[in-house]
Design a binder for this molecule. Sequence first.
Ligand SMILES: *Cc1c(COP(=O)(O)O)cnc(C)c1O
Length: 399
Amino acid sequence: MMSSHAVMGSSQETNTLLSHIGRASSKNAGFVNMPVYRGSTILAETLEEWNEAKTNDNPMANYGRFGSPLTKALETSMCTLESGVGAVVFPSGLSACTHAFIGLVSAGDHVLLSDSVYGPSRQFAMNVLRRMGIEVDFFSPTSLSDLTEKIRPKTRVVYVESPGSMTFEVQDVRAISSIAHANNAYVVMDNTWATPLFFRPLEHGVDISIQAATKYIIGHSDALLGIATANERAWPHLRAAAHSFGETAGPDDIFLALRGLRTLSIRMQQHWRSGIALADWLSRHEAVSRVLNPALPSDPGHELWKRDFTGASGLFGVVLKPMSPVQLSVLFKTFTLFGIGLSWGGYESLALLVDPLPTRQGGAAVVDGHLLRIHAGLENVDDLINDFSNALSAALKAR
Ligand SMILES: *Cc1c(COP(=O)(O)O)cnc(C)c1O
């Protein structure tokens, strides 16, 4: 199963980087990890030092709202991993998405979002951007001609997410970026699924790459955080938006994100391995109509995934054959290892019944049955398969 695409998403080079980026032991009494700095006021020793701390774009740079050495450590680490020139930490993943938009758009602009983006990003565009006089439209995640038809001289942002939320369509990010740039638009990508270990958006033409660090980077379901990383072209806009809106994140959460980076690669390898084993097993089960996971050779997005990605996360979709409400209830009651809950990217496995249909413009064609979103956690994969097997058997018997 894994032979054609052996687990190799992060080279030894990346593993080594993850152990060493964002540390400054010699400046922190020798401690391996950066300390948590708390505070608003940062004192200068002299007037000269105070003046030196100001930057061209920010006379208040030496203030807690613009981050501590710990914040800078996470931001520079993300720049290294994403090949960016600047990164900003936000208090949630969604906050990183919305501020990337706000930094780039003005009244009268037009923005295009892939039809499969994360629901709250879509809601933000429809409910907030439209109210601010920005035209919002959606394009099919798998149709470059749909994008070409809809892009206009006033299009300022093309917003993508690959694979798509809930439905996992892989997008041709490089081709989308070419079309957007030929129109002078910026490309923003939500890269939470792959993390920078398995896909590097900026190297595929994207201008701002977003991580909901809440998911794999923090990795333990114990904090919320977002990070947006920009190339040279987009960085001044992103930085200005973050500063203007007063965005700042809590120091403990930033600490947890930096700590999460240390084990990101080894966790991702396991999520990948377990996710594909579980997806493959499910794809052959009598209760399953379709598995949505681009790492499976049968998936329509597999070739693009293989071309562009160096690994797959543990998050994927399963379309069940029709089940009654009683059967669905039994399915979820029988799970002992899969929790019912939002978010993903932690060590624990999750299963959730989701409904992408009402949010999509493309509407009907998306899925033809009950859609489960599965996160394969770090439990033993045979135990996960057994748990699913028991739950599906119980549901089928409850018919
Ligand atoms: C969870 C998620 C977000 C939002 O992250 P929060 O930290 O929950 O705000 C954004 N994009 C994607 C793809 C996500 O899965």
